[in-house]
Structures are given as C-alpha cells and as structure tokens.
Design a protein around this ligand. Structure first.
Ligand code: T46
Length: 140
C-alpha cells in the first residue's frame, strides 16, 4: 500500500521478483506507474554536500527510485514540508505536479533513477520558490 505524503506525493512499494540468483524489479508503464513512461534519467556520481532540485513541475509526473545508495528528498506542497529518506530499490517516491523538491545527503554510490511521463521541457519547471507558493495557492 502506498504511504501518502501529500495528494500528489507518496511512497510506493515495488514488487520484488527474485529467485536463488538474486532480485529483479520491473516497472511497467500503465501498470506499476499510472502513465506511459516517456523518459528515464538517473543521477549518479553526486559530489559530497551537493544539493539538487530546488524546483517544482507544473505538469510532470515522476517516480524516483534510489536503486543504489541513499539520499534524502525534501518535498513541499506550498504549505507543508516533509523530508523523505530514500535508500532502497523496492520503493518509489511519486513526485507529482506542483511538489517543490530538494535532494541532498547523497551517498557516494547513490544512483537516483527517475521515470517521467514527458520529455524534458524547461518551461515545465518552476525554479523560483515564491512563484511556486503563489502558483500552489492558486491550485496550479
Ligand atoms: C527533477 C529532479 C528529481 C536534460 O537535458 N534532460 C533531462 O531529462 C534532465 C532531467 C535534465 N537535463 C539537463 C538540464 C540541466 O542542464 O541536465 C542538467 C541538470 O538538470 P537539473 O539541474 O534540472 O537537475 P536536478 O537534479 O536539479 O533535477 C532533476 C530533474 O531535472 C528534475 O526534473 O525533478 O531531478
């Protein structure tokens, strides 16, 4: 069962398939995530003390999985903030539209994989926090 953080933001368990050889997780668009996957990117080799993110998306839906190592993600819906520790490959953090997020505390081996429902579009980013709060207050 997902653990809701905000309406657009939740932690989802991922089914682990495995046998005596080890483990495997499959994420299928339209089944394990509620959209067709248009883009996959991953963040790795993050230098010590680096902080990333500091934006929200207007329309983009994403699921982030820390496939190796660990990091934290601060999520903010415009009125509340929560910090989520990611550190397991069988858990996905849904980052829906209008969730401000900041990633930090990357372990040296961290690989943060993100599945997205659209191609990269800089116009979809809100990178100014005050602008985000105003937009979130208007419901968009
Ligand atoms: C997000 C968090 C979780 C591309 O050209 N294509 C891409 O698909 C992405 C994701 C990035 N880029 C370029 C844009 C920048 O020149 O790669 C560079 C680094 O991207 P950015 O500074 O936005 O990276 P983060 O770690 O701050 O944010 C990323 C995603 O951009 C963002 O959508 O939600 O990870």
């Amino acid at each position: 069962m997902p653990v809701e953080i905000f309406p657009n933001c939740a932690l989802y368990p991922l089914d682990v398939l495995g046998d005596e050889r080890g483990s495997l997780i499959a994420i299928e668009g339209g089944r394990d995530v509620p959209f067709e996957i248009a883009r996959v990117y991953y963040i790795f080799g993050t230098q010590p003390d680096v902080e990333r993110g500091f934006h929200a998306h207007r329309d983009l839906n994403q699921y982030a999985v820390c496939v190796t190592g660990s990091c934290t993600v601060m999520v903010d819906n415009g009125s509340e903030r929560r910090t989520i520790a990611l550190g397991r490959p069988d858990e996905a953090l849904r980052l829906g539209p209008m969730i401000w997020h900041e990633m930090r505390d990357f372990s040296p081996d961290c690989v943060l994989m993100v599945l997205a429902d659209a191609h990269y579009e800089e116009a979809d980013y809100i990178r100014d926090y005050d602008q985000f709060v105003v937009a979130a207050g208007l419901g968009r």
